[in-house]
Design a protein around this ligand. Sequence first.
Ligand code: ASP
Length: 445
Amino acid sequence: MNKNMGNIVCKFGGTSMADEKSVEQVAKIVKANPARRYIVVSAPGKTKDCQKVTDVLIECYGEIQRTGTCNETFPEIIRRYRLLNCGISSERFNNLMSDIKLQMEKSRNYDFCISRGEYLSAYFFAEKIGYPFIDAAELVCFNRFGGFDAMRTDKCCRQRLKEVKRAVIPGFYGQDETGAIVAFSRGGSDISGSIIAQAVNADLYENWTDVDGILSADPRIVPQARVIEKMTYSELRELAYLGASVMHSDALQPLIKAKIPLNVRNTFHPEKAGTLICSLVKDSNKQAVTGIAGKKDVRILFIHKLGLNAQKSVVRKVLSILEYHDVIFEHMPSSLDAVNFLIPYSSMSSELAEKIIEEIKAEIHPDNIKVLDNFAIVSIVGRNMYQRMGVAAKMLTALSENRINIRLLIQGCREINIIAGVDESRYEDSIKALYQAFLGDSSGS
Ligand code: ASP
């Protein structure tokens, strides 16, 4: 990375903050490049013999609910931060810890309690590297319904951060208009980092974690999968929703909007360049496929009705029923007389599926309607597939040569991915076959 780059926002995840050695490593990384100005940190993560601090804080909250104090559970929090050994005097350390414990017991607020992991990480790390600490409550704003307030946040961040050249900031939370602490969903420090990157017009957002970057396939299925050097945000979106994720999905939007490149890197191997994600990648690498991904947890709602194509309101009625039941679908391939909805299990249980089928029957009187299970989707993703012939042919050949039946096939006009539906029992074989064909040593693509 160019050392003269002006303004880098870094986010360090839980494993990077887990113990004294890793925090030492984080300090080295920050100091190695003066452009690393705004440092967002998570709470200490899991280690061989310790739980994630956020999970311990959830236990503290439970104890406070039951007994009014967290006398039993809070000592583990004290132990974890003492192990970080951030060079603060014992007296200050003890005072701060007593204050936090008291505030948690007094507030009885879940979000406040679970956010203290990030608060303390940032406080101690700021002390260690001699940067100012800025509380995320001053920067990240929520509305009174708990929704993230992007406009107010942007204003607060710009005002507050223009006064400081460098700062350590806790991830994961902010404050609403009444002054109450509000947390993002789990893993939300990624979002804090990208919001701050947007507000300070960062040249780069570095997301430091414990993997070398984003891999070209799931290494549990393809052990030889390699780190992807560069890719576009569109490719990342496609790969991430199919499982290749190292970032909270809500963290991407601010970066895409502000056209800020994202670099996913490994705290424990800073010599490696990681994966660089940009809106546009200009490179000589014309490999058609960047990565292979897929997932098993999808079911298909299949509806057949003769003349479906000519009846204007039928699909609308089905969509309204899905919307009413809060069911999210990911793809909707259709033909003249039939439509298929690909729905994650998490969005539609078997009981709900039965209910929905009855409602659809009553509303549109289909000739056939059923839910297909034991289904998986596999996908090839690549920006260079656009306007390139033979990619689908190669995909289908790879699957057929491995005697894998394609139950469904999807490609949109963007030509950024091709998705095949296969039997769940052939999921791993499909991923391996596609990797071999497009990214294996002898793939030639
Ligand atoms: N500490 C929080 C969690 O465990 C947030 C984060 O790490 O990003 O989910």
